[in-house]
Design a protein around this ligand. Structure first.
Ligand code: HCA
Ligand code: CU
Length: 386
């Protein structure tokens, strides 16, 4: 059997992630994050350009020289001297980018297409001369006419770039559009294809997944999705989505490390783990409503897309609320080692709901209620016996 094709993960927490408002990575932050990403098994770690600052150039030397299994890329503008500076700092791959939409050409670099082709060829000269592999990406690709995109990517391929990148820089693409664009590029190019999706309209993971399904080979992520504005596809969310299609993802990446990485980055960035995070969210594996709990107790897969143990998490059942059912109450009583009759459980459920209605139910109150009910039952039995 031919194993399913798997994507390569390009994690940009150290580059795109620092574009998230309020984030400033120290050199030691970068090192611990890179170590964690490498342990998880991401394929590429993207660093900023050494042109950003002297310390960032030192950080690039540090991370690139560390001997990680992940390869270290530097994100550079399409300027030969900048590519060369990244090579001098030890970058193992060059991630070159250039705005291609009418908006970015006009308000950004101000170059026309012929000049842009020249820039790509000049960058290609550095790639060939240094022998460092490189990718060429179009910023704002999804507001760029398809024929223009195909043309500049052909120039890049001919100039020696081994991969092209499609960036949905302002997060406006839809999965349908991504699928179509990747399919067209697949058709006209031989090289690898990367996708980078921003989340401005909430489609980052869906778009990244669509890109993969249409033939993209490299997918961009950051831990927790941090990045410019509201960021890009979160690493944990994308791996969860890919795992659902292909369990082999769990053999390539140490998915059980995802929660710790989410906590690490949240702590260093000074932001919370979003409640929407597929793996890292505090409540991603908590069940609450009565019917859910009943079914999950007999078979977790009835209400769980992702098994918590695969992703380094444990299942939680929340019982101290008025949506509770008597299965959850029975589960809690069993956990406490209490032996309650069916009638006792029903009465305890009723009492819990009444207490919750009055705003007085929490886990301690619920446990107290169950312990009291068990005591009353025991005394009744003793009374009958005596
Ligand atoms: C930006 C650049 C970028 C680059 C992506 C890429 C984007 O901050 O505007 O190199 O493919 O989203 O276009 O992150
Ligand atoms: Cu971006």
């Amino acid at each position: 059997m031919i194993p399913p094709r798997q994507p390569l993960i390009v994690d940009s927490t150290l580059r795109e992630g620092e574009q998230h408002p309020g984030i400033h990575w120290s050199s030691s932050d970068r090192l611990v994050i890179a170590e964690a990403l490498d342990a998880l098994g991401v394929d590429l770690i993207e660093m900023p350009s050494p042109a950003v600052s002297a310390v960032v150039a030192d950080d690039l030397r540090l991370i690139a020289g560390r001997g990680f299994a992940a390869r270290v890329a530097a994100h550079v503008r399409c300027i030969p001297a900048e590519l060369q500076a990244a090579v001098d700092c030890g970058a193992q791959i060059l991630h070159v980018y250039l705005g291609s939409s009418p908006q970015l050409r006009l308000n950004g670099h101000g170059r026309d297409w012929p000049r842009m082709f020249e820039l790509v060829r000049e960058a290609g000269d550095v790639v060939r001369r240094t022998g460092v592999p490189a990718r060429f990406s179009c910023e704002d690709a999804f507001r760029t006419p398809l024929p223009d995109l195909a043309r500049i990517f052909q120039v890049a391929e001919d100039a020696g770039f081994e991969r092209i990148g499609l960036a949905d820089t302002i997060g406006v693409a839809t999965p349908d559009q991504v699928r179509e664009t990747v399919a067209v590029m697949r058709h006209v190019l031989r090289c690898d294809i990367e996708f980078h999706g921003h989340n401005d309209s909430g489609c980052a993971v869906a778009n990244t997944h669509a890109a993969f399904r249409a033939g993209a080979t490299h997918l961009d992520t950051t831990v927790l999705g941090i990045g410019e504005r509201n960021g890009i596809a979160p690493l944990g969310d994308l791996l969860a989505r890919l795992w659902l299609d292909d369990r082999g993802i769990g053999e390539r990446y140490r998915l059980e490390l995802l929660p710790a990485i989410a906590d690490l980055v949240a702590g260093l960035a000074g932001i919370p783990v979003p409640h929407t995070a597929c793996v890292g969210s505090r409540h991603a594996f908590t069940h609450k409503a009565g019917p859910h709990v009943k079914a999950v107790i007999s078979d977790p897969s009835s209400y769980e897309a992702l098994p918590p143990e695969v992703f380094g998490r444990t299942r939680r059942i929340e019982v101290a609320h008025r949506l509770v059912g008597h299965h959850a109450i029975a589960h809690r009583a069993e956990h406490l080692g209490l032996d309650l009759s069916a009638e006792g459980l029903r009465a305890a459920t009723q009492a819990a709901k009444e207490l919750a209605d009055r705003g007085g139910l929490d886990e301690i109150a619920l446990d107290a209620l169950l312990i009291e009910r068990a005591r009353v039952e025991r005394e009744n039995v003793h009374g009958q016996l005596g």
